[in-house]
Design a protein. Structure first.
Length: 225
């Protein structure tokens, strides 16, 4: 099959799944930041995305996108390592014009997946899963997500952990967004510099919105505590 056997096809799948996930991150970041200025709005959004059939379908689609992206990233990494063979040990210095993030996308991906598992346990398992099953998996009302977020990020350690995680995600996105757009077709000399700038801007805005939540609670706790 062309999408699997061709290197361009494999990169295309990575790109499409990556763009899909970026769109999800944009929505998720907008949703999350509402908790800093309107807990009621945050709980309202959580209610819409709770124990509803369309939310369940959406969750499965998103999960499928993540699985495809991760599996193909692993597959491409193994193929690249096999193709390079012993040559990969011959170059130890940084290649000119190649960013650190582009050389370590898979490592960054592993870090992101590790924290993602923790994130799913803390939020999806204790909120949407609790609503779907009726089983309370945490010492709080799963319908009051804003109160749970406030309590979780009341611990400065979690705030720092999420900030570190989001930094890794930013590094991953700054290369991933423009690389995806490049593969899709925006790769001529005129558009390439613009695509890189657009990718960096989108990635930075998304991460800043995500990061606003732990930073907000970190400073709130420091000032009020």
């Amino acid at each position: 099959m062309w999408l699997i056997d061709s290197s361009i096809g494999r990169k295309l799948i990575m790109s499409i799944s990556g763009v899909f996930l970026v769109l999800f991150l944009i929505f998720h970041s907008v949703m999350n930041i509402t908790v800093t200025f309107s807990p009621e709005t945050y709980n309202w959004i959580c209610g819409i995305l709770g124990a509803n059939w369309y939310a369940i379908v959406g969750t499965l689609v998103i999960a499928g996108g993540f699985v495809v992206h991760i599996l193909y990233a692993t597959y491409l990494t193994l193929l690249n390592r096999k193709a390079r063979g012993r040559k990969r040990y011959a170059v130890t210095g940084k290649q000119e014009g190649v960013s650190w993030s582009s050389q370590n996308m898979y490592v960054l991906g592993i870090v992101i997946v590790g924290f993602l598992i923790m994130h799913l346990y803390q939020f999806w398992y204790k909120m949407q899963f609790a609503e779907l099953t009726g089983i309370h998996t945490g010492a709080f009302d799963p319908h009051d997500g804003a109160a749970y977020v406030t309590d979780l990020f009341g611990n400065w350690i979690y705030c720092v952990i999420y900030i570190v995680w989001l930094t890794a995600l930013w590094l991953h996105l700054t290369h991933g967004v423009w690389s995806s757009l490049h593969t899709i077709g925006l790769n001529n000399k005129t558009w390439m510099p613009r695509v890189k700038v657009i990718g960096n801007i989108i990635s930075t805005i998304v991460i800043l919105m995500f990061m606003a939540v732990p930073v907000y609670f970190l400073f709130t706790n420091l000032i009020c505590g």
